[in-house]
Design a protein around this ligand. Structure first.
Ligand code: CTP
Ligand code: CA
Length: 225
């Protein structure tokens, strides 16, 4: 890992990164999930650690090795992720929400495996809303000067949707990715625009997820100083 040339501009800082995708169980063997690999969040955690930060990585179902020197908190569901992020955010200088958090969860959990019955149609799955972790921590602002970063994957009207989402969530920065059938999920590379609440727009050309991670921390470090 030849990254000794990185600035130590996050030394003395505590940063929280969420990564991966939450899984919302229906029964002991099934869940509602999403395609997030966790690679971007892990790259963010490694980059912050390399720049001197104390890093808490809240990891949801990412089949990736723990980054060296990072505190990893494993979670499964959106509710568990919320608890871990809110707790770690209490003394954090920055929080980056790279995790794909399920918007909904099944209203009920079947403690035994759901079985099909001959001649019977399946019961519909009722869903309820999950907490919006990003909006909550951006609204609370437990620490003055705390920098809050969100991620958004959009398929259409990427910039307009991104601007609206940044305002709705109340975060300082929003990393907007365009996604499609073959873009982003599970891939090693990424392409994005980072929108700032101050009206700034930072394009990040197609490249490794490490490069996007470094740009995010550049923008966070600017706002912390
Ligand atoms: N997020 C969150 N809690 C949720 C949903 C999303 O903290 N329940 C965070 C994600 O981690 C991400 C950001 O919010 O950083 C944007 O997620 P996205 O799914 O794009 O936003 P939504 O408000 O859920 O909008 P949409 O209806 O487009 O899914
Ligand atoms: Ca969503």
């Amino acid at each position: 890992l030849a990254r000794g040339d990185l600035p130590q501009d996050l030394a003395g800082r505590h940063v929280v990164v969420s990564a991966g995708g939450t899984r919302e169980p229906l029964d002991p063997v099934r869940f509602l999930g999403n395609r997030s690999s966790g690679k971007q969040g892990y790259a963010l955690a490694r980059s912050a650690a390399a720049r001197g930060a104390r890093v808490t990585l809240v990891a949801a179902n990412a089949a990736l090795p723990d980054p060296a020197g990072v505190d990893v908190v494993q979670v499964g569901t959106a509710v568990q992720l919320r608890e871990a992020v809110v707790k770690a955010a209490a003394d954090a200088d920055a929080v980056v929400m790279a995790a794909a958090v399920a918007d909904f969860r099944p209203e009920t959990y079947a403690t035994g495996k759901i079985k099909k019955k001959d001649g019977e149609e399946p019961a519909p799955v009722a869903l309820v809303r999950n907490p919006d972790v990003l909006a909550e921590i951006a609204g609370d602002r437990t620490r003055p000067g705390q920098v809050i970063v969100g991620f958004a994957a959009e398929t259409d009207d990427v910039l307009a949707n991104g601007r609206a989402k940044l305002a709705r969530k109340g975060c300082d920065l929003l990393v907007v990715n365009e996604v499609g059938e073959r873009k982003t999920f599970g891939s090693e590379e990424n392409e994005a625009v980072v929108l700032g609440a101050d009206g700034s727009e930072t394009p990040v050309p197609h490249g490794p997820k490490e490069a996007l991670a470094d740009t995010v921390w550049d923008l966070v470090a600017q706002r912390l100083s």
